[in-house]
Design a protein around this ligand. Structure first.
Ligand SMILES: O=C(O)CCC(=O)C(=O)O
Length: 301
């Protein structure tokens, strides 16, 4: 449960670091499952519904950018969100009725694991209101060298910057955009078991992993049940029939009840279209959409 001070900090800054968000047992279980998935990726030769492969991936040296939708790959990832301290934090920040929008386990490999260029999650999936956030649960220690998440405090109260390049939605801001204030960035390092929280409108990004150890962060992106997607959301939603959509909504309810009355707020919205040639993940959108890199001068060790 968060203190009043922590809630105020999140409201003011658009991010929060929570120490020991999960117990030692929960952490051990999560890590066991995560490394099992990484082990199984040895036989995978191209990105698929489970794995997003990083450059240089091979059977001898598994290198992933991401395990996709972990809550669908293993029930424990869903159970943890439904009934743990994470659930309380979710209710503290979003109220009693909450849904999971999507999840991802970003497994930045040692020695250069892909950067995530600066962006606002909201640019990918605007909703009727911005009661939306992402948890970033650290499954390994996160330090300055292994590509920690960085955020711009207070940016959740500012504009949504352009995420376009060459006429397509590239999923990243231009590092030279005068409204992008990199000098204000805060780096979110922590111990395994700690968790970052960032608001959907908060500008964030992360450098390549220049260390010799993995950076495993399990992200849960959640929203209040009365925030309805205008566009984007988990892309699989758009291929569902009405019945499957209803089932999917119910399956993603974390706490409380679904809401059929969207809360409409005056929020800045730009529809993320046209798409990048490959929009199958943020990594692919940024690479194929021609995003300019804010980390171009960072070299892998
Ligand atoms: O893995 C990271 O450092 C950031 C991930 C992120 O922002 C995203 O996947 O949208």
């Amino acid at each position: 449960m968060l203190s009043q001070e922590q809630k105020q900090f999140y409201d003011d800054n658009g991010y929060l670091l929570v120490e020991n968000a999960v117990s030692a047992d929960e952490l051990a279980t999560l890590r066991g499952i995560a490394y099992d998935f990484i082990e199984k990726s040895r036989s995978v030769t191209e990105s698929n519904d489970v794995y997003d492969l990083d450059e240089g991936h091979s059977a001898a040296n598994p290198r992933l950018t991401r395990i996709k939708l972990p809550h669908r790959q293993h029930p424990y990832f869903w159970e943890l969100l439904k009934s743990s301290q994470l659930t309380e934090i979710l209710n503290d920040l979003l109220g009693p009725d909450t849904m999971l929008q999507t999840s991802k386990l970003n497994t930045k490999a040692p020695g250069g694991g892909a950067a995530v260029e600066w962006h606002q999650d909201w640019a990918f999936y605007p909703h009727t209101n911005d009661s939306m956030l992402a948890f970033g649960l650290m499954l390994e220690d996160v330090d300055e060298a292994n590509g920690p998440l960085m955020v711009i405090p207070g940016s959740h109260k500012g504009p949504i910057l352009s995420h376009m390049a060459d006429g397509v939605f590239c999923g990243a801001v231009d590092p030279d955009d005068p409204a992008f204030q990199l000098d204000k960035a805060v780096t979110l390092t922590g111990k395994a078991g700690d968790m970052s929280v960032h608001h959907a409108r908060t500008l964030h990004g992360s450098a390549p992993n220049r260390s010799d150890h993995s950076r495993l962060i399990l992200f849960y992106e959640c929203h209040a049940a009365d925030a309805w997607p205008l566009m984007g959301a988990a892309s699989y939603i758009h291929s569902l029939s009405q019945q499957l959509l209803w089932q999917d909504l119910n399956e993603r309810l974390v706490t409380g009840r679904l809401s059929m009355t969207p809360r409409l707020e005056r929020v800045p919205v730009t529809i993320p279209l046209p798409p990048a040639p490959d929009a199958s993940s943020i990594f692919k959108s940024q690479a194929s959409g021609g995003a300019k890199s804010a980390f171009a001068d960072e070299t892998a060790s």
